[in-house]
Design a protein around this ligand. Structure first.
Ligand code: SAM
Length: 269
């Protein structure tokens, strides 16, 4: 069910008023189907809570580790990804799963007219607000964004869709808040296609990175072992493009970065 909440988490007056696909399915579903959907909802809610707590706990060291573990390549990727959008200075942009706000800040520097950043981990947003007080950062779940339909020209998600408790619901809600013709840019890790490079990279990513990450972050929730696991379980670039089309987008462009360690997907509503 769509959860309609204000940024502070309180229910909006129109809560429950939308007749969405989940509601329609519940109307025609058998009691066994309803039970299964409830378990699925509950499992997703619990996974979402675990993930937001994990990011809240690593918030103080998140930026340091990002730059350290990637040799600052992450900053270059965000800049390249924003450049690919070719902003003209008038766009209203949403950066969902904004975390400590680096992609939102890159959007502002890269020419967006107005930027709003959202995330469901309040401690990550505290860091973002300190870095860039001129950007509005709101607490919000990317699978149930507190914005009306067609609110933004551009939406972005940097290293966030992989963490969504329900990827399809997140992509669908991002599509909903974009105006027709608006674009979604997703920057996300993936698995490099070249087997030799992949073997070398995976040794670093799956063995060295979790050790350094957990040492520096104090081992909070074993977050840096979660990172490679979540990348391994994530759909490949072509499947992600299909899921974006399934969520309501028409064209999807795919661009690999650094031999396919990360990819940019730009989808048009
Ligand atoms: C790896 S961080 C990426 C942060 C930032 N975008 C960047 O480029 O560094 C992933 C972020 O996604 C957020 N996140 C994951 N699932 C979310 C959801 N369902 N709703 C809102 N934020 C979510 C986490 O709280 C975390 O801050």
């Amino acid at each position: 069910m769509q959860r309609w909440t204000d940024p502070d988490g309180t229910a909006r007056p129109d809560a429950g008023a939308r007749l969405d696909w989940t509601t329609i399915c519940l109307i025609v579903a058998s009691p066994a189907d309803v039970q299964r959907l409830r378990f699925q909802d509950e499992a997703e809610r619990k996974r979402g809570q675990r993930i937001s707590h994990m990011f809240d706990r690593i918030a103080p060291t998140y930026d340091l580790l990002n730059h350290l573990l990637s040799g600052n390549v992450d900053a270059r990727w965000r800049k390249t990804a924003v450049k690919l959008l070719g902003l003209n200075g008038t766009e209203r942009a949403l950066d969902a799963c904004t975390g400590t706000g680096d992609l939102a800040i890159a959007l502002k520097k890269g020419g967006a007219g107005e930027v709003v950043g959202t995330d469901f981990a309040p401690a990550m947003l505290e860091v973002a607000r300190e870095k860039e007080p001129s950007i509005r950062f709101d607490v919000a779940d990317t699978t149930a964004l507190p914005f009306p339909d067609d609110s933004f020209d551009v939406a972005t998600v940097g290293f966030g869709v992989r963490n969504l408790d329900n990827l399809d619901a997140g992509l669908a809600d991002l599509c909903r808040v974009l105006r027709p013709g608006g674009r979604l840019m997703v920057l996300e890790f993936n698995r490099p296609p070249n087997p030799v490079f992949r073997a070398i990279y995976h040794t670093y990513f799956m063995i060295v990175l979790p050790i350094i990450g957990n040492l520096v972050s104090g081992g909070a929730d074993n977050a840096y072992a979660y990172l490679p696991r979540s990348v391994m379980a994530f759909p490949g670039p072509t499947e992600l493009a299909d899921r974006m089309r399934g969520a309501g987008f028409s064209e999807v462009e795919i661009k690999p970065l650094t031999f396919g360690v990360a990819y940019v997907h730009i989808a048009t509503k």
